[in-house]
Each structure stands twice: as C-alpha cells, then as structure tokens.
Ligand binder design. Structure first.
Ligand SMILES: *[C@@H]1O[C@H](CO)[C@@H](O)[C@H](O)[C@H]1NC(C)=O
Ligand SMILES: *[C@@H]1O[C@H](CO)[C@@H](O)[C@H](O)[C@H]1NC(C)=O
Ligand SMILES: *[C@@H]1O[C@H](CO)[C@@H](O)[C@H](O)[C@H]1NC(C)=O
Ligand SMILES: *[C@@H]1O[C@H](CO)[C@@H](O)[C@H](O)[C@H]1NC(C)=O
Ligand SMILES: *[C@@H]1O[C@H](CO)[C@@H](O)[C@H](O)[C@H]1NC(C)=O
Ligand SMILES: *[C@@H]1O[C@H](CO)[C@@H](O)[C@H](O)[C@H]1NC(C)=O
Ligand SMILES: *[C@@H]1O[C@H](CO)[C@@H](O)[C@H](O)[C@H]1NC(C)=O
Ligand SMILES: *[C@@H]1O[C@H](CO)[C@@H](O)[C@H](O)[C@H]1NC(C)=O
Ligand SMILES: *[C@@H]1O[C@H](CO)[C@@H](O)[C@H](O)[C@H]1NC(C)=O
Ligand SMILES: *[C@@H]1O[C@H](CO)[C@@H](O)[C@H](O)[C@H]1NC(C)=O
Length: 368
C-alpha cells in the first residue's frame, strides 16, 4: 500500500511537470563536453603538464621495478613468516602488471622523450620493511598526483591520469592491510606539490638512461623524523599491544601515535648532490627554520619548532580535528611533515605556495 502510494505520487509529479525533451537535459557550463570543443587531446599542453606527467611516469617505473624486486628478493618462506601467502604474493604481482599499463599510458601521452626505466636502490632487507616501503612510496605517488591534477592545462590528460592514480590508491591501502594497519584512518587523501613527491622519490633512483629528460622540480634537503612511529614489529611477529598480522581491518589496541607526542627532527643543509648519476642538487630558498608543517587530509597544519639546534629540533604532534568537534583528527595515516620558515596559510588548491618556504623535507610520518 505504501509503495503504491509512492508510485502514484511519482506518476502525478511526472504528468504535471513539463519535462524538457531528453536532448536538452544538459546543465549549462562544463568544459570539453561537446563537439564544439574539438576532439580531446590526451597530451601535455604546457611544460608544467609535461614535467608533472614525466614525474608521475618516473613514479610508475619505480613501482613496477619495486613490486617485482620484492617478489624476487624474498623467498616464499620469508613472505609466509610475515603472514603473506601465495594469494597475497600474486596480488603484488598483479600490481606490478598494473604499473606496466600505467607506464604505457603516461608514455603514450608524453611521446618519444618520455622517461625510460632506471636502476633503483631500496632501503629494505626484510619482507615487512619491503611492504612498509611500498605503503609509503605509493602514498607519496598518489598524493603527488592529486596535488597537480587540478592545475594541469590538459584536462583530457588529467582524466586519464586519475583513472590510474585511483588504482594506486587501492594498492596503498592493500599494503597497509598487509601490515595490519587500519586500512584508511582518514576521511580525505592529501595532495602535495610535485617538489614534495620528487624530494621523496629522487633518492631511490640510482642511475637512469642518459636520454631521460631532466626533471625540473625542486629537491629539498632531506628531513629525518628520528623517532618516526613504525608499523614494523620486532623480528618476531608479536609485540605487546600490537597485532601486525595482515588483516582487512583491525583496531590497534595501542595507536601508533597520539596528539602531543614529541617528535624529533633532523635535517640536512641544501647543496648535496643527489638522485640518479648524482645529477641533481638539493636546494631551498627558505629562511631560518621555525615551523613543522603537517600535511594530511585537506589541511596544512603548523606547529612551532622547539629546541632548535642547528639542523635539529623537536615539535609536538598536533591534535586538530578536521571539521571541529566530533570529526576525524587531521593527523593520521601515512602523511607528510616538512620544516618551514613561516606558517603561511595555504589550502588544498594553493598548497604549492609553500614551496618557497620549505627548509627541508618532506618526510613521511607514520601517524597511524
Ligand atoms: C559547448 O561547450 C562550450 C565550452 O567548451 C560551451 O561554451 C558551449 O556553450 C557548449 N555548447 C552547447 C550547445 O552546450
Ligand atoms: C643499470 O645498472 C646496470 C648494472 O650495473 C648497468 O649496466 C646499466 O648501465 C645501468 N643502466 C642505467 C640506465 O643506468
Ligand atoms: C648514468 O650512469 C649510467 C651507468 O654508468 C649511464 O649508463 C647513464 O648514461 C648515466 N645517465 C646519465 C643521465 O648521465
Ligand atoms: C634517521 O634517524 C634514525 C634515528 O637516529 C636513524 O636510525 C636513521 O638511519 C636515520 N635515517 C636517515 C635516512 O638518515
Ligand atoms: C619477541 O620480541 C620481543 C622484543 O624483542 C621479545 O621481548 C619477545 O620475547 C619475543 N617473543 C618471542 C616469542 O620470541
Ligand atoms: C574499534 O574502535 C572503535 C573506535 O574506538 C570502537 O568504537 C569499536 O568498538 C572498536 N571495535 C572493535 C571490534 O574493537
Ligand atoms: C587514527 O585512526 C585510528 C583508527 O580509527 C585510531 O585508532 C587512532 O587513534 C587514530 N590516530 C590518531 C593519531 O588520531
Ligand atoms: C647542539 O648540538 C651540538 C652538536 O650536536 C651539541 O654538541 C650541543 O650540545 C647541542 N646544544 C644543546 C643546547 O643541546
Ligand atoms: C581543514 O581543511 C578544510 C577544507 O579546507 C577546512 O574546512 C577545515 O577547517 C580545516 N581544518 C583545520 C583543523 O584546519
Ligand atoms: C591560499 O588560499 C586561501 C584560501 O583558500 C587564502 O586565504 C590564502 O591566503 C592563500 N595562500 C596564499 C599563500 O596565497
């Protein structure tokens, strides 16, 4: 009786409204939605586009190598000891195959001068360290693209790129699940400027083909969070209060970090040769260090540096809630911390204004 009333009401509404013919059901506005815009061109329209896409391509190439490398470096027994079985290993293998497709997509957009694969250097010696590195690398790969997508001149290219980056977002979450971390403890995924992504990626490229185009984004001095929370347990798989077995989801009885935690930071001065063939140099145009910036969710949150001594300092993990009381903490998950010379107010779309104020970093902070 109830549903027939609703249906009757629906017929009443339909018959009394003068509905436009379907061909006119196109709200005004939008860009590139009709033939007058010409056929879409899935290419870079500017140097900004080209350099952004080529950076993303370098990220896809390392992921392809990294996933294969991890599968080859460790034995099935070592994976089993970390709780990862043959099905899990095939999922990593499939992720590598996804990277083949992502690299082809971006190479096709860039044409003959697109970057080719490099030789890489990796910071892990155990399966858990490998999974943790994958989880961090895919996060900056993802955030690095979100940061520039809305700024690309080529919307057609942006459209295809987001169809690959949403796949990478799923990879990131799966690597978190492989570590027993809560899969997505945040409401929004952060975006970061290209210089942030390149600063994080560049140390792992050891040598690249001579014809690879120079990457024009800045590399900031390295930042080390010397007491970074770690999702990696001791070599045996159990640690009081922490279940680090792979799981779709689980609460940790003890969170990895909490607001008010004292965080120790140490950074380098600019001017060090770095990245492949030592062909880049770290740089900064910032003044003296004053703040740590915490980039997570939709926000860039500053905390003052304390105990500044040369290139070391400490600061406190902030506790802001994203939209105020009863909402999620801004700081959680796998996120970004950098040292700045000011607490310049920036929001999601103008975050790259921060670049000229970065003293060092970012580093990945494992908040949860
Ligand atoms: C076609 O798209 C352009 C913008 O790309 C817009 O200015 C124009 O109004 C659109 N035409 C129609 C008929 O929707
Ligand atoms: C990668 O490393 C191999 C082995 O050291 C070397 O032969 C090759 O030239 C390197 N390739 C590039 C592109 O740097
Ligand atoms: C980097 O070094 C490798 C190995 O020596 C070499 O093959 C490659 O051409 C060099 N690349 C650049 C960009 O100089
Ligand atoms: C960062 O600091 C920790 C603690 O001092 C140290 O073990 C680690 O090697 C440092 N990492 C880098 C990349 O310097
Ligand atoms: C696991 O490692 C912790 C920390 O090193 C140690 O205290 C504990 O005894 C170990 N447990 C087992 C079962 O080996
Ligand atoms: C997980 O944590 C949430 C938030 O603290 C809590 O409401 C929920 O009951 C917990 N669930 C389990 C199964 O522990
Ligand atoms: C992060 O989220 C997890 C899961 O909801 C929660 O248990 C933890 O307390 C949060 N961490 C912080 C720093 O708020
Ligand atoms: C500052 O750092 C230097 C070098 O590491 C150390 O010798 C000195 O004791 C530190 N000063 C303070 C006030 O901690
Ligand atoms: C985080 O960013 C959102 C979107 O810009 C904003 O509405 C919110 O107030 C910010 N929260 C904090 C704690 O700064
Ligand atoms: C960034 O955008 C916000 C508005 O969202 C504005 O208030 C702020 O001044 C801008 N920051 C800079 C450095 O332009």
């Amino acid at each position: 009786m109830h549903s027939s009333f609703i249906f009757g009401f629906f017929l009443f509404v339909v018959s009394t409204l003068a509905w436009p013919t379907p061909s006119l059901l196109i709200p005004e506005g939008g860009v590139g939605t009709n033939a007058s815009a010409g056929p879409p061109s899935y290419t870079a329209f500017s140097d900004f586009d080209w350099q952004s896409l080529n950076l993303a391509l370098n990220q896809e190439w390392i992921e392809l190598d990294l996933f294969h490398h991890g599968l080859a470096q460790f034995s099935p027994e070592e994976f089993e000891a970390a709780g990862l079985n043959a099905q899990d290993r095939y999922l990593i293998q499939f992720m590598a195959e996804q990277e083949v497709g992502h690299a082809q997509l971006i190479s096709d957009m860039l044409g003959p001068y697109a970057a080719k694969p490099c030789n890489y250097t990796y910071p892990f010696t155990t399966v858990r360290e490998f999974v943790d590195f994958c989880q961090k690398l895919t996060r900056w790969g993802e955030a690095g693209v979100y940061g520039f997508l809305p700024h690309l001149d080529s919307r057609a290219a942006a459209g295809l790129l987001i169809q690959s980056i949403t796949t990478e977002a799923r990879q990131q979450m799966i690597f978190r699940q492989f570590e027993g971390l809560f899969p997505m403890p945040i409401w929004f995924l952060p975006g970061v400027p290209q210089a942030f992504a390149w600063t994080l990626l560049s140390p792992y490229l050891s040598s690249c083909p001579a014809e690879n185009p120079n990457i024009k984004w800045q590399i900031f001095p390295t930042l080390n969070i010397t007491n970074n929370p770690s999702a990696i347990p001791y070599s045996n798989s159990s640690r009081a209060g922490y279940d680090t077995s792979p799981a779709i989801t689980q609460n940790r009885t003890t969170p990895l970090s909490t607001s008010g935690r004292e965080v120790f930071l140490s950074w380098e001065l600019p001017g060090r040769l770095t990245s492949y063939n030592n062909s880049y140099i770290t740089s900064s145009s910032a003044g003296p260090p004053k703040f740590a910036v915490w980039i997570s969710q939709l926000n860039a949150t500053y905390t003052p540096l304390e105990n500044i001594n040369g290139t070391t300092a400490s600061t406190m993990q902030p506790g802001e809630l994203i939209f105020g009381p009863n909402t999620a903490p801004v700081v959680n998950g796998t996120m970004f911390v950098a040292i700045t010379d000011s607490d310049l107010y920036v929001t999601s779309y103008n975050l790259s204004e921060i670049n000229s104020h970065v003293v060092a970093g970012p580093a990945m902070y494992q908040a949860g």
